[in-house]
Design a protein around this ligand. Structure first.
Ligand code: ATP
Length: 315
């Protein structure tokens, strides 16, 4: 029996848990202010995260050894080895508790892969919570958040969800107040590598020769979020990575224009892209913009969602 199995048996009277499914949201950045590259190569960020109602599900089941499977339209692009963030989360949690990561992880994937919506991070956070519950470890939120920060800059936010300001590399979180907003997402063909987009950001900044200011979350943006005012939010959305993403994928400009032409209040690249995000006034407008984006032929698929959405939750 694996150490994890032995641990579960030792728990005694409680019935054995046979599978745990956790649902985890994608994110959009309502504000992504990027500072200059630091000596360690990372960039300081002021990242206004919103979790959106587009979810992956991670199911953890006892197994002899750590395995990962994935289903969904982009499943063939997801690594199934130990580089998968879900597998890494299980390994890190097990190592902390001296357990064998004997678990099968199945990812039901709806979040676009390499799409700038933190899909891998979502799976890391989901697997962490699912394994914690499966193994009966009862880790505190602070313990889980520490492992999340080790897994990646966006993983802590995937765990907590809602709306939050992320500083440092994005992993130091402070909750934000947010009203409800309606979004349409246009999924592009193929992904964009986040490190490649940051390199392009550095290249463009060097070519422009301008000083990059310390990143700050704009007070107007935070006020618009808290007020739940879509017009004010549309006027203040910001993504400092957008020029870099458009430089690598100029055709995304056509997708942005198609959504604006159909009545979106604002359009922006989601995080490092290439998914594009459209803020709309209400569900009717969302359906209209999604239909027009599909008809425009400038994207592979569309999704309609609202923010804020809850973080990783047992399902
Ligand atoms: P972010 O918005 O956090 O920058 P992203 O949404 O652009 O990330 P991801 O979908 O997280 O990108 O995937 C980036 C890369 O990470 C993928 O190309 C893949 O090689 C790797 N990866 C590792 N684990 C996963 C996972 N569970 N799901 C998807 N990709 C994963």
């Amino acid at each position: 029996m694996s150490a994890a199995g032995a641990g579960a048996a030792a728990a005694g009277a409680a019935p054995a848990v046979t599978a745990v499914t956790v649902r985890v949201p994608a994110k959009v950045n309502a504000g992504l202010a990027v500072g200059a590259a630091r000596p360690d190569g990372f960039h300081d960020l002021a990242n206004v995260f919103l979790a959106v109602s587009l979810y992956d599900e991670v199911t953890a089941t006892p197994a002899d050894t750590l395995t990962v499977t994935c289903s969904g339209p982009d499943a063939d692009q997801v690594p199934l080895d130990r580089t998968n963030l879900a597998a890494r989360a299980a390994e890190l949690l097990a190592a902390r508790h001296g357990l064998d990561p004997a678990v099968h992880l199945h990812i039901a994937k709806n979040i676009p892969v390499a799409g700038g919506m933190a899909g891998g991070s979502a799976d890391g956070a989901g697997a962490l919570l699912a394994c914690d519950l499966l193994w009966g470890l009862g880790s505190s939120p602070a313990e889980l958040l520490e492992i999340c920060a080790e897994l990646g800059s966006d993983v802590p936010f995937s765990l907590v969800g809602g709306a939050a300001l992320g500083t440092g590399r994005g992993e130091q979180l402070a909750p934000l107040e947010s009203g409800i907003f309606h979004w349409v997402f246009a999924v592009a063909d193929g992904g964009l590598s986040t490190p490649a987009v940051f390199r392009e950001f550095d290249r463009l900044a060097a070519a422009a020769g301008t000083e990059i200011p310390a990143p700050l979350a704009a007070p107007d943006l935070l006020a618009a979020l808290a007020a739940g005012d879509p017009d004010a939010l549309a006027a203040t959305l910001l993504n400092d990575l957008q020029a870099a993403a458009l430089s690598l994928r100029p055709e995304l400009a056509r997708t942005l224009d198609a959504g604006l032409d159909a009545g979106a209040l604002a359009a922006l690249v989601s995080g490092s892209g290439p998914t594009t995000a459209f803020l709309v006034r209400d569900p009717e407008s969302a359906a209209k913009v999604a239909g027009a984006l599909t008809a425009s032929g400038t994207c592979r698929a569309t999704s309609v969602a609202t923010s804020p959405a809850p973080g990783a939750t047992r399902h």
